[in-house]
Design a protein around this ligand. Structure first.
Ligand SMILES: Cc1ncc(COP(=O)(O)O)c(C=O)c1O
Length: 456
């Protein structure tokens, strides 16, 4: 039996469900891109777990009590204390969200032609590296690409591959090494402490700064606690402190494991690098004690970081994701296994084996699911991570998934049952689903604004 939710509901947001005819019209008007739907036209929204958490009464009360000041608000000092307690970092820069941290850090570190290795870059990280003239390189372990394989730490980076890569490209062309915890692109898969330690050790041997992309650090810490030898008696906070102790810095979107709707942090150990990042962020984000946010958001992040590292919260969170995954597995729906931290990933390659990646099977699945049920997932496949060659031919991505990201503390198990039933019903008539032709996409982060038409 699952543990009951460690909270009760104090306020609700009513939901309406459109008819199937209306949804069919809405998705057509949206160019078969769920990012272009109005959220009021969505029944259950699993587009993302980013910025969609329900806040606690403690967070909201801290927000109200905050001083709103351009410089030196009390919420900055609260956050500073919490950042030290949770991550063990004295120096950090506040930013409006995760990509703000990436922008600041990469602007300072990356030069044209540089390489940035990572287990797997997520979309904004990849785009921000490219935007600065760099080349994002994924060096995940092989099993990250094997959706059916059950392994404890499929999010890991292949350390041998990394060493070979550094030798081949030269230290001078690699301004930083990153590790994304959890590995979102591979299916929200955790990274082991041992892997974090080994990557850090290697980066240090070559004198390359090592950064964590820590968006879902607490979920990662909880998996280490459950699965890695030697950690079962350690608290999530102790594990978190250890994970970050191996890093020279980190990027963090507080919209995930900060349990807030907006905000981010760039943590940096080196004084000189911190100065450079801080000075740039004053130009593009905001003064250091608010960093592009209202001061109240800082207070909410400080409280959120405490709540997200609570043991009972993480147990509930993991069980909720697993609940949806188990319902889908019962009906033989192909998903990435084992289920990860914040989402269930439906493997569109196996769900729709007759649609080639150049016809965007995961995008087709995502739009059909919306049409059938009002549930909004998101494509993480060739639209999000593919490329095009010089002639404009589509180069498929390594992964082809529909992600069902579960907002934190938002949906009930009944609602997740509705999601699972809707996907099972769709699976019954999967032969009727056709692929999509992409009619428009900009170069970077094209999936957000891309347009499609059904293949006849
Ligand atoms: C692993 C990872 N890194 C970075 C980001 C970027 O964060 P943000 O959306 O706050 O810019 C995301 C967002 O989903 C993410 O999942």
């Amino acid at each position: 039996m699952n543990d009951p939710e460690p909270f009760k509901i104090k306020m609700i947001e009513p939901l309406d469900r459109l008819s199937k005819e209306d949804r069919t019209r809405k998705i057509e008007e949206a160019g078969y891109n769920v990012f272009k739907l109005r959220s009021e036209d969505v029944f259950i929204d699993l587009l993302t777990d980013s910025g969609t958490s329900a806040m606690s009464d403690r967070q909201v009360s801290q927000m109200i009590r905050t001083e709103q000041a351009y410089a030196g608000s009390d919420s900055y000092y609260k956050l500073k204390k919490t950042v030290k307690e949770i991550f063990g970092f004295d120096r950090f820069v506040i930013v409006h969200q995760g990509r703000g941290a990436e922008n600041v850090l990469f602007s300072v570190l990356i030069e044209d032609g540089d390489y940035v290795p990572n287990n797997m870059h997520f979309d904004t990280t990849r785009a921000n590296v490219k935007h600065k003239g760099g080349e994002p390189v994924n060096l995940a372990v092989e099993e990250a690409y094997e959706p059916e394989k059950k392994a404890d730490f499929k999010g890991n980076l292949d350390v041998e591959k990394l060493e070979k890569f550094i030798e081949e490209k030269g230290v001078e062309n690699i301004p930083l090494v990153m590790l994304t915890i959890t590995n979102n692109t591979a299916g929200a898969q955790p990274v082991s402490m041992n892997n974090i330690k080994e990557v850090s050790k290697l980066a240090r041997e070559y004198d390359i700064p090592f950064f964590l992309d820590g968006c879902r650090f607490a979920e990662n810490a909880h998996f280490i606690q459950l699965r890695e030898k030697g950690y079962k008696d350690k608290s999530i906070r102790e594990i978190t402190k250890e994970m970050f102790s191996y890093a020279d810095g980190f990027t963090f979107s507080a919209k995930k494991d900060g349990l807030v709707n907006i905000g981010g942090i760039l943590g940096v150990r080196d004084e000189d690098l911190h100065r450079k990042c801080k000075n740039l962020s004053i130009i593009i984000e905001g003064f250091p004690t608010y960093g592009g946010l209202a001061c109240r958001e800082l207070a909410a992040i400080a409280e959120g970081l405490k709540e997200v590292t609570d043991e009972s919260y993480q147990t509930y969170r993991r069980q909720q994701v697993k609940y949806l995954a188990d319902l889908l597995l019962e009906d033989d729906i192909p998903i990435v296994e084992p289920p990860g931290g914040h989402a269930v990933f439906v493997d569109a390659k196996r769900f729709l084996p007759d649609i080639p990646p150049t016809k965007f099977p995961a995008q087709a699945l995502t739009t059909e699911l919306y049409k059938e049920s009002g549930v909004r997932g998101v494509e993480l496949g060739t639209s999000a991570f593919g490329d095009t060659d010089e002639e404009g031919n589509i180069i498929p991505a390594d992964v082809e998934n529909m992600r069902l990201a579960i907002p934190r503390r938002v949906y009930t198990l009944n609602q997740l049952e509705y999601v699972a039933d809707s996907i099972s019903a769709l699976y019954e008539k999967k032969d009727k689903i056709s692929g999509l032709e992409r009619t428009y996409a900009p170069d970077l982060l094209g999936h957000f604004t891309a347009e499609f038409e059904p293949v006849e």
